[in-house]
Structure formats: C-alpha cells, structure tokens
Write a protein that binds this ligand. Structure first.
Ligand code: ATP
Ligand code: MG
Length: 388
C-alpha cells in the first residue's frame, strides 16, 4: 500500500535513555496539538529515529509540513510516501516524487539503508533508482554536486520511504522538555526573540507584560497579544499576564532620584515576575536584554537590577547584536509589530539623563525603604491573564 506521509527528522545527538524517550513523547504530543490547532488530520507514530504522520494525500502532507516546520525539536520535515520495501514500487515512487518537485533540471538519488536485511546496499539502490529515473526523465541531468532536486530513499525496518520534498526545521528541543519560565515580554523587538530562543530550548514560556496604563493608553498590551500569536506556531507563550504599571511608575518617579528611575522600574518588573513565578510554578525569568544596548543595560545597571530577585534571570540575547536580533524578528514575523510606535511604560516618566553606573548599595538602600512587598501583593491581586 502507498501511504502519503510526513517524515519528521530530529537530532538524536546527545539524547539517550530516559531523556530520549521524554523528548520523543513530548515531540509527538506537540505535533498532535499543532495538527489539531491547524485543523489537520494525521496519525502520528514513531519509527526508529523518525516520527511519522500518515495523511490522506500528498497535498495534506504539504499543509502539515507548513504547520510543523517551526516546531522546536524538528530538525527536518519531508513529504513523500511510505511503501513496501520493493524495488519496483520504490522506482515508481521516486519518479512521482521528482515529478512533484518540478521545476528542476538536475537531480540525484540519495538512498540510506537503516535495515541491513534489505538485499541492496545504499550504493546499489542509488544506481538502480538512478538508471530507472534517467530512462524516464530524458531532459534532466544526473548531477552529484548540488543538484536542483534529490530523490531520497530510506529503508527503515519493513518500510521504504521516498521523498523529494524536504525542508529544514529549527532544531532544538520540544517545548515542555525544559521546564517553565516567565518571560518579561514587551512590545519591543528583543523580548519576543528572547522568548522564542528559550522555547527553542524546550522551555514552556509564560509572558508577563507591563503597560503604562492608567497613565497611558493600553495599546502595548494589544500589540503584545498579537506578537504572542505570531509565536504560536513554535509552541507558545500559551499564557499572558498583564500589569497596569503606570501608577507604580508614577510612585517610583516621585520617590527615587530621577536618574535611577529606570533601574527601579526594571527591579519592580523582575520582583513581580519572581512572585508570579512562585504562584505559577515557574523556575526562572527571561528578559530580552543585550549588554550595553541602552542605558538600562550597562553592566552596572544589570547588576543593580538583577539583585532584586533570587531566581535565575536568563538573558539569551546578552551577547547578540541588534542586527542579528532584527533579522531573527523578521524571520519570526514579529518585526513589523515590534516597530510600531506605541505609548507604553517605556516612554513614561523617563529621566533626561539616566544613570549608566547605578550604585548597588545606594539602590538597595532606597529600595528597602519602599513598600515593595505591598505593591507586589497588590499587582498580583489585580493581574489579568489570558490563555491563547
Ligand atoms: P525590548 O525590545 O525587548 O522591549 P528594549 O531594547 O526596548 O527591549 P528595554 O526597554 O530596556 O529594552 O527592556 C529590557 C527588557 O526588560 C526587555 O527585553 C523586556 O524583557 C523587559 N521589559 C521592558 N519593558 C517591558 C514591559 N513593558 N513589559 C514587560 N517586560 C518589559
Ligand atoms: Mg522595550
């Protein structure tokens, strides 16, 4: 029987024993969820070192591949056919695969035999399928180096898989393998990219956004919601929390030296995130900070901000250039949203000359005299949440 399939390849490197089983189980769950969310049907199961989605038509395989290619943990997605490991059937399937790969002028056959019981080795399969195809595709050239199209044949256990359509995935680990994080998510460029990087490492990410409301309009919350939707194909953030932060910024602006305001805004954001993490069973925090990018991200200011919390704060972009962050945001589809001008808490009560070398002892002394615990209790009590 010829069965249209999506073949999902993942990196097995470094995955052993229980880790590997957990990885595969989580990836299968995420694939099933993604297919269901995209309104696609497919039977998902595992075959040595691959995950297989059986679908009804080749077109359905292409649609499923579109949905699955952005999932963390997926190294490559291929669309083709599963068939009995019989050379006549393999030849015909390879011809169909190449015909679907039009337009192309050069091709080659690339066979891999995982089952050594199969009588032909990969070189022999290449030769046989190659000569079958050459006879039927007289206007195409066989080319070993960088051909336009590749007919791939994989012999795995009792099946043969044949495909010419194959796309690279993002790799990494399936979301859900690496625990739960709270990401401070603004409507800017950096934090969505930071969240995506942690999801690619298998973390489940919950977003926490601070808007300037009630001192400003609440446009940034709507943008953050849109940005989170853009990240949905990667597997999250599944939940968002929103804080109306303007009033606290006003209170900080009235209490602390003007040049230190931003450090205090950031400290209160981190402290709130830590309290939320305790409530939501998250184990670490994420920000989009990049060393030296703006005044609040100098080393001294990061040290003075970090000291407000005891949970680990992950800053996946700390050593990344703005250009690379922009490129990533464009690839994720968040760039246009993140560059929309909005009134948010970042533009509210900003100092004229922000301190770039905050003194930790001074910051801690002022902080200790502020009603931080009461504020955090109040913020948590008024937190709005949304499930995407
Ligand atoms: P981004 O583009 O991620 O907003 P940025 O270059 O604007 O970063 P900052 O505004 O200094 O830099 O913010 C540093 C980090 O603090 C952000 O990456 C984000 O993690 C967090 N942060 C800043 N503003 C907010 C906010 N309004 N809500 C949630 N997190 C925020
Ligand atoms: Mg910002």
């Amino acid at each position: 029987m010829i069965q249209p399939v999506v073949l999902i390849h993942y990196h097995e490197l470094g995955l052993k024993g229980k880790n590997r089983r957990d990885f595969e189980r989580q990836l299968i769950r995420n694939i099933q969820k993604t297919l269901a969310q995209s309104g696609l049907e497919g039977h998902v199961n595992r075959t040595s070192g691959r995950i297989l989605v059986a679908v009804s038509t080749f077109e359905a395989a292409l649609s499923a591949a579109d949905a699955l290619v952005q999932l963390p943990g997926v190294a490559r997605v291929s669309c083709g056919e599963r068939l009995p490991k019989d050379m006549a059937a393999i030849n015909e399937s390879a011809l169909r695969a190449l015909q679907r790969a039009e337009p192309f002028t050069s091709f080659k056959v690339d066979a891999r035999r995982a089952n050594t019981q199969f009588p032909l080795d990969s070189m022999a399969i290449n030769r046989e399928v190659g000569s079958y195809l050459s006879a039927r595709l007289p206007h195409k050239n066989v080319q070993m180096r960088a051909p336009d199209a590749k007919a791939r044949v994989e012999i795995i256990k009792n099946d043969a898989f044949v495909y010419a359509s194959s796309r690279q995935g993002i790799g990494g680990l399936p979301v859900g393998c690496s625990g739960h994080l709270i990401c401070l998510l603004s409507s800017g460029l950096d934090s969505p990219v930071a969240a995506w990087q942690m999801m690619r490492r298998g973390a489940q990410v919950t977003g926490l956004h601070f808007s300037g409301a009630p001192e400003t309009a609440d446009h940034s919350s709507a943008l953050v919601r849109e940005i989170a939707r853009r990240l949905a194909p990667t597997g999250g953030p599944g939940r968002l929390f929103f804080v109306r932060f303007g009033g606290y910024q006003r209170a900080i602006a009235l209490t602390v030296p003007e040049s230190l305001r931003v450090v205090f805004y950031r400290r209160l954001m981190l402290a709130t995130a830590e309290a939320l993490a305790a409530r939501e069973h998250a184990r670490a925090l994420v920000t989009g900070e990049s060393l030296g990018q703006v005044a609040s991200q100098t080393l001294d200011n990061i040290v003075a901000t970090d000291a407000a919390v005891s949970l680990p704060v992950f800053r996946p972009l700390i050593g990344t250039d703005k250009q690379a962050i922009i490129k990533q945001a464009q690839a994720l589809g968040t760039f246009a949203l993140s560059t929309q001008p909005v009134d948010d808490c970042c533009t509210l009560f900003m100092p004229r000359n922000p301190e770039t070398h905050a003194n930790l002892a001074e910051v801690e002394r002022i902080w200790s005299e502020m009603p931080i615990d009461a504020w955090i209790r109040e913020i948590l009590a008024e937190l709005r949440s949304e499930t995407l």
